[in-house]
Design a protein around this ligand. Structure first.
Ligand code: ZN
Length: 238
């Protein structure tokens, strides 16, 4: 893969998708920094696993270790104040009348990327990387490619900068996301993602399954589990 001399800021939550994005960016950009948001999410365990993932991913490659720069965490508790959702409140995960799950935090990715662009601007970074995906998406309108292309235009106009938004997982399903991790970092990266990243909406981490930790029943766990099983099934065919 050709190395770009640009610097990239990764929206890094500590989940499977953003960890895969981190490895993707480390393979591609000369300098990579990470950004997390604390918005009172009930799966706050995600934030807790971030330093371990950063530490372990450095150990996978000397080049990656040299490229991985600072970590940033922004307090966005205001997001919990303005939106009542199952991700920030202790309530059942369910579908709403408008067809969106009640885990939807309205405007979350718009806010995340706008703040990321402001931070990137200050630190001389021109690429933002996020794990948004249309393929497996739960209908979240702020994960759509069209939304992100429009936001990129708005940020370029509004900041007078050439910032770009890269979404390497946009057209991948979960099995393909595991496959991408395999291509980027082999078995060692798969093992890191399996054992260190967190995806479960309920924050369950008491039992390690083949696909990682989680309750195995929430929508996020189901996607991760089914994707891993499909990845392993097709991996043995190759
Ligand atoms: Zn779960």
């Amino acid at each position: 893969m050709k190395l770009s001399d640009q610097a990239a800021l990764i929206l890094f939550s500590g989940g499977q998708d953003s960890t895969t994005c981190l490895a993707w960016a480390l393979s591609r950009y000369a300098r990579v920094e990470t950004l997390g948001f604390d918005y009172g999410q009930r799966h706050a365990i995600e934030l807790a696993v971030r330093p371990t993932i950063r530490h372990r991913i450095r150990g996978l490659s000397d080049e990656w270790a040299a490229r991985l720069g600072d970590d940033h965490v922004l307090d966005l508790s205001v997001l919990g104040e303005v939106s009542e959702t199952a991700l920030t409140r202790d309530s059942e995960i369910a579908m709403q009348a408008n067809g969106l799950p009640n885990t939807f935090v309205p405007g979350r990715n718009l806010l995340f990327l706008t703040l990321a662009a402001a931070l990137a601007y200050r630190r001389g970074m021109t690429v933002l990387v996020g794990g948004m995906c249309e393929t497996d998406f739960s209908g979240y309108p702020d994960c759509r490619d069209e939304t992100l292309r429009a936001l990129q235009s708005a940020l370029q106009l509004g900041m007078g900068s050439r910032v770009s938004i890269e979404t390497p997982l946009m057209w991948l399903d979960k099995a393909a996301t595991w496959r991408l991790a395999d291509q980027l970092g082999g078995e060692a990266l798969i093992d890191l993602i399996r054992t260190e990243t967190h995806t479960c909406y309920l924050g369950e981490r008491s039992q390690l399954h083949a696909w990682g930790y989680g309750c195995g029943r929430c929508p996020a766990c189901e996607l991760r589990m089914n994707g891993y099983q499909h990845f392993k099934a097709t991996q043995s065919i190759d």
